[in-house]
Each structure stands twice: as C-alpha cells, then as structure tokens.
Design a protein around this ligand. Structure first.
Ligand code: ATP
Length: 305
C-alpha cells in the first residue's frame, strides 16, 4: 500500500536527477498519476526539528465524503519514542502514516511535529525528515547500488556499503552476479520481499531521518534469515521517533505505546503489559496470534515427522 510514498517523497528532490540519468517511464507515470493536490501554504516555513515529537490532535479524515476512515484520533509520540498501531485490516492504520507524511490533507484536527502544524510547513522539509520503510518497496530498474543510494543521492560508495551492512544485505549483494553493480528490479535480478525491505532499510539508514514510519509486511516472513530482519529494523528505528504499523504483535511488545485501532477509532491504548491486563481487543488479538503460531508449529512438526 505504501509503495508509492517513497518515490513521492523524493519526487521533487530527485526529479531532475532521475531525468538526467535515465528516464524510467513506468515509474514516472505512476508518480504523476498518484500525485495529489497538496500545496504549500503561501508563506510556508521549513519544519524545524528539535527532537521530532509527533502529535495527532482530534484528527478526522475521509478519502471519500461518504466514508469517514479516521474519527477523532489523538495520540502523542515523544521524541525518540515508538508508537505501534495495531488493529484489524482496513481499520485505518496505514492511513495514519499517510497523513503524517501529508499524502492527504485532513478534514479536522491537527497533526504536529515538534509543535508545528504539518500543513503549514513546506512539504519538502516535512518529507526530508521522514523515512518510510514500506510493506513493499519499489525498486528501480537499475543497479542495487543505485537503489540504495536513492536514500541520499550524494552518498559516497563506502556509505552505501555501510548502510547495506547495517541493513544486513551486504553479504547477499556480494553474492549477486555483479555485486553492487547487479541490475535489479523487474528487468533485472528479482529480490525477495525480505531483500526488498532490506533495501528500504538501507535507504532509510542513508537518509537518516528524524522520524521513521514502518509498515510491517503483512505476509509472514518464513525463513530464519527473513525473521532476522527485525534486527535491521530495530537499527533503523533506534533513537528516532518511530510509528510502526504492526501485524505481528510479537514485534511490538517493547513499543512505548500501542494504539489499538478499530473502524477508525482508537479503542485501547497502553503498553503491551497494560493492554494484556485489560482483557479487551488487544488481549484477544494476542491470544489469537499465539494460537495461530501454535497451530503452525504443530503443523510444521507433523510435516517433519
Ligand atoms: P491493513 O492492515 O489491511 O493494511 P489498514 O488498517 O492499514 O489495513 P487503511 O489502509 O488505513 O487500513 O485503510 C482504511 C480504510 O480506508 C479502508 O476501509 C480502505 O478501504 C480505505 N481506503 C484506503 N485507501 C483508500 C483510498 N485511496 N481511497 C478510498 N478509500 C481508501
């Protein structure tokens, strides 16, 4: 769902560069089609980042007038802390992330970063402070090196290698046919979901934003290596204000605050321990996941025996 935001984020900044180096028409057309009419206010100022606290104040939003997707959402993430959004599919979790990126303007309320209303600052300054690790990362039909450098176009080669190492994909790249020069994307080497997410992590590490938005992959990542992605994800979120849309509750038990969203409303909030005590929606989701995991491992051991 989030796959277009990252390109949009860089759209303005790197448009010229993309145009100069190669014209990837597919990507360009997709970008133009999705471009929404979000405008800077006439006297828009750049966003000034101190610690990057994030606040939603009574935010309501609908994509189409008939259907309210978020209803009076309020929460605050202090600088450097992590909030997690959980809830059923379609409840509005990804929408929260899209709004913080100002992909759409809200109908009511305010979204603040370090106390500045995001609709009053320049979009460029807003988006330059936010890194997104989407569910599904778009790769350019270009080298793996180019794809990582996309996070910060003026990065040196050694910085790209460091980012790849921290994103836990460097060794894999060295095993590609032409290493960092290997062509990837639809017309090149196809990367797995986990590998693409690692590219997104490496890009975000290069970008070094104050805020990280993480849209966890819906599909369970199966192999041991794919599970290890959590280490790389923790690295990209460390010391940054983070909002994570979580599908596997096990990955967010350490979040500072978990917001349970249902039909566009926050129905429960607290730490993992608080929420388990409440015996409500979260508690039921948690027990359901444990049950599913037990069933899965039972099936696994049946297969093995
Ligand atoms: P999931 O866990 O499946 O990713 P979610 O909680 O992230 O779901 P959202 O993607 O935020 O849910 O969607 C919330 C609601 O808004 C859904 O009912 C969805 O159909 C609707 N919606 C999402 N994007 C659009 C759009 N571009 N136009 C109209 N409605 C949309």
């Amino acid at each position: 769902i989030m796959q277009l935001y990252v390109p949009l984020n860089w759209f303005g900044t790197y448009y010229r560069l993309i145009q100069k180096n190669f014209v990837d028409m597919e990507n360009m057309l997709e970008l133009l089609k999705e471009k929404k009419e979000i405008c800077d206010v006439p006297d828009a100022k750049p966003l000034l980042i101190r610690g990057a606290s994030v606040e939603f104040r009574n935010v309501s939003f609908s994509y189409i007038p008939e259907k309210r997707v978020l209803k009076n959402i309020s929460f605050a993430v202090p600088a450097g802390r992590t909030a997690a959004l959980v809830g059923p599919s379609g409840s509005g979790k990804s929408t929260v992330i899209r709004l913080l990126f100002r992909f759409y303007d809200i109908d009511e309320g305010e979204i603040l970063i370090d106390n500045q209303n995001i609709s009053l600052v320049t979009q460029e300054s807003l988006r330059s402070q936010i890194g997104v690790v989407p569910q599904d990362t778009v790769l350019f039909n270009n080298t793996i090196k180019f794809n990582i450098r996309y996070g910060r176009i003026d990065a040196e080669d050694h910085e790209i290698v460091t980012a790849a190492k921290h994103a836990d994909i460097h060794q894999k790249i060295l095993n590609f046919p032409h290493g960092y020069e290997t062509q990837v994307g639809e017309r090149g080497l196809k990367l797995s979901g986990g590998e693409k997410q690692r590219v997104a992590i490496a890009r975000t590490l290069l970008k070094a934003p104050a805020i990280v938005l993480l849209d966890e992959a819906t599909s369970a990542l199966d192999t041991e290596t794919e599970r290890n992605i959590q280490v790389a994800l923790n690295r990209v979120c460390a010391h940054r204000t983070t909002i994570v849309v979580a599908h596997r509750l096990s990955t967010i038990i350490n979040a500072d605050e978990i917001l349970v969203i249902k039909e566009g409303e926050i129905v429960e909030r607290g730490t993992h321990a608080n929420l388990l005590e409440m015996d409500g929606v979260y508690n039921r989701m948690w027990n359901q996941q444990i049950e599913n995991e037990n069933e899965q491992s039972a099936r696994q051991s049946d297969l093995e025996n």
